[in-house]
Design a protein around this ligand. Structure first.
Ligand code: AP5
Length: 223
């Protein structure tokens, strides 16, 4: 089978604490493996930017770094995974994030006669996470991600891709980051053991340049 064909059809989850680089890696993996990138955080932020009823409902929760209730997320994901582009594979980023969501996803895939192929768990020590999140800047127009030291735009404050203004996410404020990390430890980290038991876990050292991390993911997926 040609490599490009073999790589299609994977059902992958990106797991990891806030700021470990899930979105950064997803931008490459989606192209390389021909998968739709389905990120609950991006979907919620788009709803907030639109001012839709969903966006109004979740804004305060997301901005203080708390988790949106499971039933809200499960409903969004059921609808998203039913779309044609997700039929033959997907890259989930930020979902599942609780044991309840993991059970929901498992039941949903079972109903469709499908299962996950791998869960990629990116690990970075907390001090580095705080550094990454405090320096993150995102484009208000196209959502491209930068960092004030590690991934600088060509012109300060301006997106290389579309020229949009760069800004800090509200949930990258110090108090919200502390809240997100605490919630990650309590509610998301238990998924690591769950997926390890299922034999799906691929643990990736998130240190180093994004290209080095991507090479580790590539190597892990081809094992
Ligand atoms: P979400 O958007 O999913 O945020 P997150 O999981 O906290 O992850 P981040 O987007 O903060 O980080 P990332 O790992 O993608 O890192 P990135 O690549 O940007 O969720 C936001 C909120 O929505 C949640 O808090 C919650 O309220 C709600 N929500 C979402 N999903 C939910 C769910 N399933 N259930 C309930 N609520 C939900 O990188 C970070 C920075 O580091 C960037 O500046 C980047 O340039 C830099 N960087 C990346 N890689 C490297 C590297 N290798 N070296 C140096 N710098 C790097």
């Amino acid at each position: 089978m040609r490599e490009s064909a073999r790589r299609r059809g994977l059902r992958l989850v990106l797991l990891g604490a806030p700021g470990v680089g899930k979105g950064t890696q997803a931008a490459e993996i989606r192209v390389r493996y021909g998968l739709p990138h389905i990120a609950t955080g991006d979907m919620l932020r788009a709803a907030m930017a639109d001012g839709s009823p969903l966006g109004q409902k979740v804004r305060a929760i997301v901005e203080r770094g708390d988790l949106v209730p499971d039933p809200v997320i499960d409903e969004i994901m059921e609808e998203r995974l039913a779309r044609p582009d997700a039929r033959d594979g997907f890259l989930l980023d930020g979902f599942p994030r609780t044991l309840v969501q993991a059970e929901y996803l498992d039941a949903l895939l079972t109903r469709r006669g499908q299962r996950l192929d791998r869960v990629i768990n990116i690990e970075v020590p907390e001090p580095e996470i705080v550094d990454r999140l405090s320096g993150r800047r995102v484009c208000g127009s196209c959502g491209a991600t930068y960092h004030v030291r590690f991934s600088r735009p060509r012109r300060d404050g301006q997106c290389d891709a579309c020229g949009g203004a760069l800004r800090q996410r509200a949930d990258d404020a110090t108090e919200a980051v502390a809240e997100r990390l605490q919630i990650y430890r309590a509610r998301t980290a238990p998924l690591i053991e769950l997926y390890r038991r299922d034999g799906l876990l691929l643990t990736i050292d998130g240190h180093g340049a994004p290209a080095e991390v991507l090479a580790r993911i590539d190597a892990g997926l081809s094992e």
